[in-house]
Write a protein that binds this ligand. Structure first.
Ligand code: KG4
Ligand code: ZN
Length: 345
């Protein structure tokens, strides 16, 4: 099966061509520069940019895969959750394409697709999903922070999520406090590398709570108060690096501890992680360091597939299409608040 997939739930316009579980092409057009001056994603700007980018991105994906439109067997897109206007632009365009080509259409859940991104590339490259289930999967980005228990293919349960800010949002808001451009996560990662993570003691919210939920807004607020009391720190490059390292260590400690605790409680043999914050070098190192002595297999999304992309949408869509008897409807609507637990198996 050859499938053309789209992802437009937030600020990346992405198209990918998938064939029999393999990614033939994955093209991502990021809008980060467009939204940077506003310090966050502006939904209406995102939707307009998606409309501008969709056709060129689809053409690039087809060309890179050496696939002609008439060779496509199905079209897929993110149905939710996400920004309504952004979702709508990609979802409706994909449905129109499927209608014009007279091919099946499938709309998939964005977070369920994230569960597949650690398996798209890496070692081993061709994913044998079944071999790594059950697992506990951390999905951590600017919009979400959640733990999912993957019991078997298409069977999963949301264990917990953030009660307020996402971890990436915390990186971005702390970055704003210290004058970094949006999104600040990659720059904090870079500044933190030579810094001292124990220089300043920031809270690790909910790290000892018995549930699988997260909370990061209090950590951001404590950085705000700290900077109010130590304004000169912003002019000291050395101490600024220590601050970045200390905040990053607090965020990563919580993510790693809660992921490992869930994996131990559920007795799974494998942990996976995806989402933009999974690019963070300390998080990757700390997850590896914690999983190894616990005898857990760790599978991290490749750095190019951590952030939102259509390859993960297509991989999931293909597996769903292969299992579904009747053709899905072209009249389906987007579901901006779709919960992972509401996705039918
Ligand atoms: O997956 P993504 O593109 O989705 C959302 O927009 O939600 O993730 C973007 C988020 C941003 O908050 C960004 O600051 C964060 O991922 N991020 C990082 C790193 N790279 C991206 N955070 C920490 N360290 C990084 N290296
Ligand atoms: Zn995402």
């Amino acid at each position: 099966m050859t499938l053309l997939a789209f992802e437009t739930s937030c600020d990346e316009t992405s198209a990918a061509v998938i064939r029999n579980g393999r990614t033939l092409s994955s093209v991502v057009s990021s809008q980060i520069n467009l939204h940077a001056e506003y310090g966050g994603v502006v939904p209406e700007l995102a939707a307009r940019e998606h409309l501008r980018n969709l056709i060129p991105v689809a053409q690039a994906a087809l060309q890179e895969a050496s696939v002609a439109p008439e060779q496509i067997d199905a079209v897929a897109a993110t149905r939710g959750p996400g920004l309504p206007s952004a979702l709508m632009s990609g979802f409706k365009a994909a449905q129109a394409m499927a209608f014009a080509l007279r091919k099946p259409f499938v709309g998939v859940h964005h977070h369920e697709a994230h569960l597949y991104s650690p398996w798209i590339s890496g070692d081993p490259p061709a994913a044998d999903f079944a071999a790594f289930q059950p697992n506990v999967s951390l999905i951590v980005s600017g919009g979400h922070t959640m733990l999912v228990h993957v019991q078997a293919e298409l069977h999963h349960r949301l264990l917990g999520s953030t009660l307020d800010d996402a971890a990436g949002e915390c990186f971005d808001k702390v970055g704003k406090l210290i004058g970094l451009p949006y999104p600040a996560g990659p720059e904090i990662d870079r500044l933190a590398e030579p810094g001292n993570p124990t220089a300043f003691d920031f809270p690790r919210p909910m790290i000892h709570d018995p549930n699988d939920d997260f909370s990061f807004s209090g950590l951001k607020t404590s950085v705000r108060y700290f900077l109010r009391d130590h304004p000169a720190l912003l002019d000291d490059a050395h101490r600024l690096r220590d601050l970045c390292a200390s905040v990053q260590a607090a965020i990563v400690d919580v993510l790693v501890a809660k992921t490992l605790k869930a994996a131990a409680r559920l007795r799974v043999p494998c942990v996976t992680a995806s989402g933009g914050v999974t690019c963070n070098r300390l998080l990757r190192r700390q997850l590896a360091a914690a999983c190894q002595p616990a005898g857990l297999t760790l599978r991290l999304a490749g750095k190019d597939l951590c952030t939102d992309n259509a390859a993960m949408i297509g991989i999931l869509a293909e597996r769903r299409l292969l299992r579904r008897a009747e053709g899905p409807s072209l009249t389906e609507e987007i579901l901006p608040n779709w919960s992972l637990d509401e996705v039918p198996a």
